[in-house]
Design a protein around this ligand. Sequence first.
Ligand code: SAM
Length: 271
Amino acid sequence: MTDDIREDAPEAAWTWTQPIAHGQDPEVAAALLWAAGALGVWVRTDDVVGYFAEQVDGLGDGVWEAVEEVDWLARWREGIEPVAAGGFVVVPTWLADSGDMPAGEPILLDPGRAFGSGHHDTTAGCLEEVGAHVGPGMRVFDVGTGTGVLAIAAAMRGATVTAVDIDPDAVVVAAENAAANGVEIATAVGSADAVAAGSMDVVLGNLLTHTIVALADDLVGALADGGLLVASGIGEARAPEAVAALEAAGLADVTVRIRGEWAIVVGRRRT
Ligand code: SAM
């Protein structure tokens, strides 16, 4: 996996670094840290880092380290490059005027506090599906929009897009990023039940496995007959669980594509 599922937690005083055990699902390791009170979690290739306000007991094998005074956002910005996927190239706003750019339709993004810089395999994989399947006039619903990256890409392809997130900050960031790219998307704080059943040609859900399983009925239910669902944020090992829930909710012709260690699940609503 690339190492940028991470949430900035500037108020954290301690980091807890814990190796990912052989065969352990990184999502589960991350979920345990969130449950223990982590302010932020960073899933890396071989380990998981939790950011905590104070040390907590009972986390098992790992190492506590005091957090230096670091401007995490500035450090993260220094390391980030434009990334191409699906005919798009996601460009951080502060690099918009820099010279060498990969080929593709530029999406200017300032991630702010939201997830979705384009670098994670799940985002890039979903962008590839948007590039392959979304066209003018389609009705697209982006559930868990984060920075709005997928919604903006769909709008650039001429779709009418509704984008929701349970995080109010993300909704603001997504609307700002859409405006910066000169596209319109309808944004709202909310989830997969925010649109009428059967009203969408494409539903995008780059969420976590347990969220996709929990929302399966609404994600598939939002689709018109034959409409396309693109779901990701699913660790490779948990793809069967997500597929089973989506098929039970009425998804057919399901394919699973692996990118890095992540699954991109695509299927159509049964007619
Ligand atoms: N769509 C962006 C992308 O592809 O990079 C961001 C994906 S990020 C992995 C998941 C987003 O889903 C986060 O912004 C989070 O706040 C949001 N989210 C989590 N649970 C949700 C739910 N039940 N309904 C709607 N959004 C949710």
